[in-house]
Design a binder for this molecule. Structure first.
Ligand SMILES: NC(=O)c1ncn([C@@H]2O[C@H](COP(=O)(O)O)[C@@H](O)[C@H]2O)c1NC=O
Length: 509
């Protein structure tokens, strides 16, 4: 008896060649509607699925292969005499190879103007069922879900070199594939019902690239992306120049771009170890970068710079004067590219920065995962509360809001000093707030005179305010909410300092 291959594919690339190869290896091809048509048009001999099932394809393709003649042929164990006897008694012929890829659910979901009905119709039922039956019986059935496997499968059959290990690898790929497919469907339904934290949380990611190593060279790592991109992402950024991104590069570039989305005017952000070491905002992108650079000319060395406007020649000249790992921007002028590509070690990336990714953020802990929505909270001129005798001047208020946007992205405990749309001191990741303030103040030096201070969380005591006043800080922004708020307010009032509350905390751990 001829061996039998069942082919039912939505993505028909390379299928004619593969089917032809199987025919040459003496396989009988069984196929479903559209696939059969494609094969017959290419003169590949094949029979229709209803010749096997004795049942027509009905309900617009909702029922084609869901039949015991198909699933018996896939699930029956060839080494089990009872199964063989039952197959014979029910006139079930074995199927030896299954080639299936599924209705393009994901592509349909993201296509413009798609209707709910189209989305639902693109949930493949028969395909995953066949894949799972065949994958369960991988000892006896070769299951092919990925067109990349057509050639190795054909070659393996040709020279009789297909091992059990290879069969199992194909089966493993199937279960990953159907799990990914189902996860995307499950998440679509979740968005429809509006549930946020169901009893099980299904995530799926698709590989972007293996990485040379993780945070440190002894750690292994890879980069995976969300299959449904709902905002800006480094996974879809375009690299124009330089070496492959590293694990730390991706984290830092992500941090830089996230900070940048806070600012509408031309802005530049320099990042080191996921903290901003310099942020500048100005009329032009060249000036903004100059401010970000001057904010901390030491830390920027080997850092990552993100800019929210096209990099022009003038900015490129400035950027090229220092060693940077990455420059990332919406675009680069031709001249800027010419200047920057002369530097072999710099990585240049372009990326859409307008949208915010508002998906959930997952942080693993041993044995579990914490899930929260991203910190997209913000305040504006109208939503801050003045709590001191003196209200901030308009200029102070603008600087306070600039500093508040910056401090949101600094590891807690965080203090930022800023002046004239430039960060001048960043105290990050300290275990006490006044310690963070001292670092920011020391970095600001003489520039602290006339600056403003932002704190990511409230002041448990007035010591931070006292330190700030000593160096000439004139206005402060903080969430408020401490039992001892009044102590800080009193110190401000004694010195004519303005303080505003945001009513919103920005811890970042
Ligand atoms: N309903 C079924 O019995 C069924 N059997 C196979 N399919 C899918 O139909 C597609 C191929 O259809 P066609 O050969 O008609 O182009 C494949 O993606 C396959 O996974 C089915 N469709 C959806 O569930």
């Amino acid at each position: 008896m001829k061996k039998r291959a069942l082919i039912s594919v939505s993505d028909k690339q390379k299928i004619v060649e593969f089917a032809q190869g199987l025919v040459e290896l003496d396989y009988e091809i069984v196929s479903t509607g559209g696939t059969l048509k494609a094969l017959q048009n290419a003169s590949v001999p094949a029979i229709s699925i209803d010749q096997v099932t004795g049942f027509p394809e009905i309900m617009d393709g909702r029922l084609k292969t869901l039949h015991p003649k198909v699933h018996g042929g896939l699930l029956g164990r060839r080494s089990n005499p009872d199964h063989l006897q039952q197959m014979e008694a029910n006139e079930i012929e074995p199927i030896d190879v299954v080639v299936v890829n599924l209705y393009p659910f994901k592509q349909t979901l993201v296509s413009e103007g798609v209707t709910k009905e189209e989305i639902i119709e693109n949930i493949d039922i028969g395909g995953p069922t066949m894949l799972r039956s065949a994958a369960k019986n991988f000892d006896d059935v070769l299951v092919v879900v990925d067109p990349e496997d057509y050639t190795p499968v054909l070659e393996g059959i040709k020279d009789a070199s297909i091992s059990l290990e290879f069969r199992q690898k194909l089966a493993a790929k199937v279960f990953r594939h159907t799990a990914n497919y189902d996860a995307i469907i499950a998440n679509y339904f979740l968005t429809q019902t509006g549930e946020k934290f169901p009893e099980t949380y299904t995530v799926t990611y698709e590989k972007v690239q293996s990485l040379r190593y993780g945070e440190n060279p002894h750690q292994v790592a890879a980069f995976y992306k969300n299959p449904i991109q709902n905002g800006m992402s480094l996974a879809t950024a375009k690299q124009l120049h330089g070496k492959e991104l590293s694990y730390n590069n991706i984290q830092d570039a992500n941090a830089a771009v996230e900070i940048l989305t806070e600012y509408d005017l031309p802005a530049a952000v320099a990042v080191k170890h996921m903290n901003p070491c310099g942020i500048g905002m100005a009329e032009s992108i060249a000036e903004a970068f100059q401010l970000a650079f001057d904010a901390d000319p030491i830390s920027i060395f080997g850092g990552i710079v993100a800019l929210n406007r096209e990099v022009d020649a003038q900015t490129a000249e400035k950027l090229s004067e220092i060693f940077l790992e990455i420059v990332i921007a919406p675009s680069f002028s031709e001249k800027a590219l010419e200047i920057l590509t002369q530097k072999k070690n710099i990585r240049l990336l372009t990326m859409e920065m307008a949208q915010k990714d508002e998906s959930f953020k997952l942080t693993t802990v041993d044995g579990g995962v914490l899930i929260q929505n991203k910190d997209i909270g913000s305040v504006d001129v109208g939503s801050v509360e003045v709590v001191t005798d003196r209200a901030p001047t308009e200029e102070e208020l603008q600087n306070l809001l600039f500093a508040w946007k910056a401090v949101k992205h600094v590891k807690s405990n965080a203090i930022v000093l800023a002046k004239d749309n430039q960060t001048i001191g960043v105290g990050a990741g300290q275990m006490n707030r006044v310690g963070a303030a001292r670092i920011a103040i020391e970095q600001a030096g003489d520039k602290a005179l006339g600056s403003v201070l932002a704190s990511d969380a409230f002041f448990p005591m007035p010591d931070t305010v006292e330190e700030a006043i000593k160096v000439g800080v004139t206005a402060i922004i903080q969430p408020g909410g401490s039992k001892r708020d009044q102590d800080s307010i009193d110190v401000c009032n004694e010195h004519g300092i303005a303080m505003v509350y945001t009513g919103m905390r920005h811890f970042k751990h």
